[in-house]
Write a protein that binds this ligand. Structure first.
Ligand SMILES: *[C@@H]1O[C@H](CO)[C@@H](O)[C@H](O)[C@H]1NC(C)=O
Ligand SMILES: *[C@@H]1O[C@H](CO)[C@@H](O)[C@H](O)[C@H]1NC(C)=O
Ligand SMILES: *[C@@H]1O[C@H](CO)[C@@H](O)[C@H](O)[C@H]1NC(C)=O
Ligand SMILES: [Zn+2]
Length: 493
């Protein structure tokens, strides 16, 4: 089917952030190109010498794939300004009430006939922060008990434009130097396990990717942009119903560290909301656009119950980024992308964990290189890869990808772990108001800085104190109180 006018419109609105992507990724591309050594030999002859055609300075760089799709689009056609290939039929919304087969306790899909684009922010623009909706999310973040670091937003321009932020290691800015926290997911634990991800869709060529994934029986994680989700809601439902994992990738795809707290909340909030309105569930995972995350962004993610998922990094300057996004804009070639992929594969066999790679389903060229070359090559890899959505590669259940279906006892979500602190603060404030002596409470106040194991040790002192309190007031039995008790025995991120 030909692109309809509405498809053309939403694709036409993309170049702004395509350009931002190009800027951001250019640096990685140069690093990869500059460090090129001879290409690796194919799997058919793993111990043989590198392919004969290889020279260090050749451009485009050479590579040798284990396998490719017999129906792959020729490399010579995967170029900037390639004529648009006809798109597959865009799925229409599913019947309300339909459930994904892989998640037993999933709610039914909402009725999309009531979904009105006019009720959402403008496409591909940062949502305003003064709307009642965003104001409510801001209040929820403030009341979450998560402390948000007060450092000021970065300016546009990445690492060179923000030397002070780069130098301040307490910010733990992943983009510049690769600092990550234990709450970030950057890899899959088991060696040769690939947490497959595609970003920035759903988009006109996503159906081709879904068809191929069906053919080879693979499931992926899709980090979806809210502005695309409202443009292609039937397609988003299709991804979900087919058993792929859906996760948050903001509303308009900005660099989150450059935004104010309120703007970050608006980006994440609207993206969660459109996914909830289309699928009936709210994702538990997110990927910051460009991987742009620091401790301020992390804290807001936590306050909004989102787990950050980045991609695998093997050095301060090299990440598992194919740069597939940049073929469309003419910043990189398909040969360079496949050369990057070969480098990634080379590194995959040297690390002790599995891996996550940055790839995209926004543009025709990225989908063509994925379905024609990268995925067939990965499927032919020896030893075999275990290719799964991120949630599964972490040994969680498919349902743990969403708040409503998450198994809260085995997989506590980020926010549940803050109940400990917010509940104690509540108790302390109350206690203070009733003018009781503070002695019984004081020893447990620094609990926000304790590990939960230590907090559990404090339990014998907490319990009598709460007993005393209970004689004077009736404490709410639902969260945060019940979550507080459960969290004492939990391991939290
Ligand atoms: C790992 O990747 C780097 C570039 O990021 C490359 O220079 C190196 O050759 C790769 N390692 C292997 C074993 O392929
Ligand atoms: C887990 O907790 C959330 C609220 O935080 C709730 O909506 C969800 O239903 C719970 N999961 C299950 C399986 O009950
Ligand atoms: C405890 O009460 C005092 C006096 O009423 C007040 O100044 C203080 O802020 C209170 N502390 C907390 C943590 O609420
Ligand atoms: Zn992206």
């Amino acid at each position: 089917m030909k692109l309809s006018t509405s498809h053309l419109l939403s694709v036409a609105s993309l170049p702004v952030f395509a350009f931002a992507h190009a800027d951001n990724h250019h640096h990685h591309r140069q690093i990869l190109a500059a460090s090129s050594s001879s290409s690796k030999s194919g799997a058919l002859s793993p111990s043989s010498a590198p392919s004969s055609s290889t020279t260090l300075s050749s451009f485009p760089p050479s590579f040798s794939l284990h396998s490719q799709n017999p129906t792959a689009v020729p490399l010579s056609s995967i170029v900037v300004n390639a004529p648009s290939a006809p798109t597959s039929i865009m799925p229409t919304p599913a019947t309300a009430g339909t459930k994904p087969s892989g998640i037993p306790n999933a709610p039914g899909l909402p009725d999309l006939s009531t979904l009105l684009p006019g009720n959402y922010p403008a496409l591909d623009k940062p949502p305003p922060t003064d709307s009642p909706q965003v104001q409510q999310w801001i209040q929820e973040v403030q009341q979450s008990g998560v402390e948000i670091p007060s450092f000021s937003p970065n300016v546009a321009g990445g690492c060179p434009a923000n030397p002070a932020a780069v130098a301040d290691s307490s910010r733990c800015w992943w983009t510049c130097g690769g600092c990550s926290r234990s709450s970030d997911i950057t890899t899959c634990p088991q060696k040769f396990t690939w947490g497959l991800t595609y970003d920035d869709g759903p988009a006109p060529y996503t159906p081709d990717l879904l068809n191929y994934l069906d053919q080879v029986n693979l499931k992926s994680t899709f980090f979806v942009v809210g502005s695309r989700a409202i443009s292609f809601p039937g397609l988003l439902q299709q991804e979900y119903l087919k058993g792929h994992q859906i996760a948050v990738h903001t509303w308009s795809h900005p660099s989150l560290t450059t935004l104010s707290n309120e703007e970050i909340i608006a980006e994440l909030g609207w993206s969660k909301k459109i996914i909830k309105d289309v699928l009936g569930v709210v994702p538990t995972m997110m990927r910051p656009p460009f991987g742009d995350i620091d401790d301020r962004v992390r804290a807001i993610c936590k306050a909004m119950n989102l787990i950050p998922v980045l991609w695998t990094r093997i050095s301060p300057t090299a990440t598992f980024d194919t740069d597939d996004f940049n073929i469309h804009g003419g910043v990189t070639s398909v040969q360079q992308v496949l050369y990057n992929w070969e480098n990634i594969l080379g590194n995959v066999s040297t690390i002790n964990t599995g891996f996550i790679v940055l790839e995209h389903d926004l543009f025709q060229q990225s989908v063509e290189v994925a379905t024609g070359y990268i995925l067939p090559d990965a499927l032919a890899h020896q030893p075999q890869f275990n290719i799964q959505p991120v949630v599964n590669c972490l040994n969680l259940q498919a349902g743990d990808a969403y708040v409503e279906t998450n198994d809260n006892s085995t997989n506590p979500l980020p926010l549940s772990c803050t109940y400990t602190y917010s509940f104690l603060l509540f108790v302390f404030r109350f206690h203070n108001l009733t003018s009781q002596p503070l002695q019984p409470l004081q020893p447990i106040l620094p609990i926000q800085h304790m590990s939960l194991a230590v907090a559990a040790q404090e339990r014998p002192r907490i319990v009598p104190f709460l007993g005393l309190l209970r004689t004077r007031v009736s404490l709410p039995s639902s969260p945060p109180c019940s979550a507080f008790w459960r969290s004492l025995s939990r391991r939290c991120p």
